[in-house]
Design a protein around this ligand. Sequence first.
Ligand SMILES: Cc1cc2nc3c(=O)[nH]c(=O)nc-3n(C[C@H](O)[C@H](O)[C@H](O)COP(=O)(O)OP(=O)(O)OC[C@H]3O[C@@H](n4cnc5c(N)ncnc54)[C@H](O)[C@@H]3O)c2cc1C
Length: 447
Amino acid sequence: MSNASATPIPTSTPNAPSTPNAPTPPGAPSASALPNGGRPRPDGRRASVLVSGAGIAGTALAYWLERYGFHVTVVERAPSLRGGGQAVDIRGNALQVVERMGLLEEVRARRTGLRGMSLVDSDGRELSRTTEWTVSGGPVGGPDVEILRDELAELVAGAAGPGIEYRFGDSIDTLVQYRDGVQVRFRSGTERSFDLVVGADGLHSNTRRLVFGPEDDYLHAIDSYIAGWSVPNHLGLDRWEIVHEPGGRAEWSCLVMTARGNTELRVFVGFRSDEPLDRMLPRDRVEQRRLIAERCAHLGWEVPHFLRGMWETDAFHYDVVAQIRMDRWSNDRVALLGDAGYCCSPFTGQGTSVALTAAYVLAGELHAADGDHRTAFPAYERRLRDHVTANQAILELTAPRYGGDAAPAPRADGGQPGAEGVPGFDAPGPEMEAAFRAATLFDLPDY
Ligand SMILES: Cc1cc2nc3c(=O)[nH]c(=O)nc-3n(C[C@H](O)[C@H](O)[C@H](O)COP(=O)(O)OP(=O)(O)OC[C@H]3O[C@@H](n4cnc5c(N)ncnc54)[C@H](O)[C@@H]3O)c2cc1C
C-alpha cells in the first residue's frame, strides 16, 4: 500500500475545518484515480457528486447533474421517496425551471385544482366561504401551481435519467474532506469517496451539522409548529379546503384539503407554543404523534376523527416553523442546497420554488465550471444570495397572518372570528404583493 495507508482517517467532528491539503485516507481512491476539476473520466462522465436528501431540492439537483454528465448518487434516510406533506407552491421563476425540465404540462395537470375554501366552527357550521382564495394556494385560477409535495418529488425523480444511483434507508455517518475528494462513511457501514457532496437534507440537515456545526447556530425558530398527514376523504369534499380556527388565528388551526382525485384529505394542524424546542420536537415519531394528539385534544369539528387517522398513516410530518440563516453555503467540497442551507419556512410559501431554482443554478454553475467547485460554489452563492434574502423576508409579513410572532390577540368577546379575521380570506395587501413579486423574479441564467 502507499503511504496513505498509514494515515489515520480523521474523525468527522462538527464544524471540523475543511482539510483540503490532507492526504488521501486509506480506502479512498488514490489522487491519480480521481477526476481533477471535473474533467471527464475514461467513461466520459464527470466528477462524482453525493447528494444527501431526496426531497425537491435533492431530486432536482440530481436531475440536472445527471443531464450534465456527472456521476450522481443520492442518499435518502427514508426507505423510499417520502410521502405526505401538504401542497407546495411553484411560482415565478420556478415555473420556468420546471418548464426547462420539460415538466410544466405534467405539473400543471397535477395541480390541486382547489375551487375555494370554507371556514367552519367547532360544530362544523360554515361561517364563511370564498371561491377566490385558499389559505394553502393563494388566488384560485392564478398562474401559480399548487401541487402536493410528494407528487412533485415523484415527478422530478421520475423525469431524471437512468444514471442516478439511489441509496434509500441510509445516511451519511461521517464525512472527511481531503485534498482530492470527500471520504464518506454511511450509516450502513459502506465507505466511499466522492469528488463533491451536496447536503439537500432539509431543515435539520445532517450534512450541515457534520460540516458547519450545530443546528442551534443557524436555526431561527418562531414559536409555531405544524403537523400534516393524510386520511380518507370521509367528508366527500370535492376539490375544497376547510379551515377551522378556534379562538382566532393566533393559537390553533386545522386545515384540510382534498388530494389525489378527492380520495384523500391532507390534514394540517398548526399551533403556537413558547416551550423549549427540544420538548416540542421529540425525535421519536410515536412521541411526536402523542404530542399532537395531546395538544389538539380540545379541538372540535372533525379533528378527533383526524387525530385517530394520524396513527394509521406513515405519511406523517411534524416540525417547527423556522428559517436557516447562514453566512456561507459551502465549505470546500461540500455545499448546502434548499432548506438545508436557507430554509425560508412554510409560512413564506416559497421553500419549494427557491429549492427548484437553486438546484438549477447549482448544477448549472458546476456544469459551466467543468465540475470545479472552487469556481462553481461561490458563483452559486453569488447568484442566489439576494434571491434567498428576499424570500426569507416574506416571513416578516406572513408570520402575523398565520399566527407567528406578531399574531393579533384573540377577540375580546371570545367569539369566532368572521371571514375578515382569517388568513387567506383577506386578499394580501399591497405590501405583501410587492414582496411576493420581488421574491419570485429571478433572472434565470442559461447554462
Ligand atoms: C415530509 C415533508 C413534508 C413537508 N410538508 C410541507 C408542507 O406541507 N408545506 C410546505 O410548505 N413545506 C413542506 N415541507 C418542506 C418543503 O418540502 C421544503 O421547504 C421545500 O420543498 C424544499 O425542500 P428540500 O428538498 O430542501 O427539503 P425537504 O423537503 O425537507 O427534503 C429533505 C430530504 O432529506 C431527507 N433527509 C433528512 N435527513 C437526512 C439524512 N440524515 N440523510 C439522508 N436524507 C435525509 C428527508 O427525508 C427529505 O427527503 C415538507 C418537507 C417534508 C420532508
